[in-house]
Design a binder for this molecule. Structure first.
Ligand SMILES: *Cc1c(COP(=O)(O)O)cnc(C)c1O
Length: 236
């Protein structure tokens, strides 16, 4: 860790990151997995570039953002750090070009039209955009994501788009419920797609409140915000 890059105001981010890494390690060990199988995406929405710089100085590489403009401003403020940018928010069609041009991963693909636009708009000089299909694992309690029975059709379509690389599935279980059966369903869906010949390696699931359970159920990517950066005090 390069302490000179850490502003005192964001010292708690270094601490939060250490705590989350320790929790990841315990959860992985408890599940008979290696911590290195789980990529930690630090969800930095609503926090300024200095908070991300602190996390980066502690070795954090993957950052998740929900709003294109906010993310672009932070990217411009943090050049040369070789960060990996994940777009995890809802995707509006008028934002696909910027998302395709400035992110490495997109987690919330749930419509054919959006997938096609992202593929067409991915700049030729960049590798295919890594994408996850968002699954609605909570039925009527959730508005986002593809119904489980429709995942295979969308996965087949997305995996054929040249500008995209389908990596796997993402979900946000409904708050307040038991996430474990939701995560388990995700694992079954991913296994089902792989049995049909897709080669998917990513289950993006688990947030500050439930990532240990997600890791026990097979998450390979967790998206953690408040447990690292603290409480978000404004909702955009
Ligand atoms: C905000 C957000 C997170 C992180 O939530 P925390 O509870 O702060 O860890 C993860 N995933 C998505 C899609 C989000 O919007």
């Amino acid at each position: 860790m390069n302490l000179s890059e850490i502003s005192p105001q964001w010292m708690h981010v270094a601490q939060g990151l250490r705590e989350v890494q320790a929790r990841v390690g315990r959860a992985a060990a408890g599940a008979g997995r290696k911590a290195s199988e789980v990529i930690l995406v630090a969800v930095s929405k609503s926090f300024p570039a200095e908070a991300l710089r602190t996390a980066a100085a502690c070795g954090q590489r993957h950052f998740g953002e929900n709003y294109v403009q906010e993310a672009r401003a932070k990217q411009d403020a943090l050049p040369g750090l070789e960060l990996v940018w994940h777009f995890i928010g809802p995707i509006q069609s008028n934002k696909t070009r910027e998302i395709a041009g400035h992110f490495d991963w997109v987690h919330g693909v749930e419509r054919e039209k959006i997938a096609r636009r992202l593929s067409e708009q991915r700049p030729a000089g960049l590798p295919p955009l890594n994408v996850c299909i968002q699954v609605n694992v909570s039925g009527e309690a959730s508005k986002s994501g593809v119904a489980p029975e429709d995942v295979a059709a969308l996965a087949g379509l997305v995996s054929a788009l040249p500008g995209l690389k389908l990596r796997g599935l993402m979900a946000i279980p409904e708050p307040g419920g038991d996430p474990r059966p939701r995560f388990r369903l995700m694992r079954e869906l991913l296994d089902g797609l792989n049995a049909q010949g897709l080669a998917l390696d990513t289950l993006s699931m688990g947030m500050s409140e439930d990532f240990e359970i997600a890791i026990a159920e097979g998450a390979t990517m967790i998206r953690v915000g408040s447990a690292i950066f603290g409480k978000r005090n404004h909702v955009k």
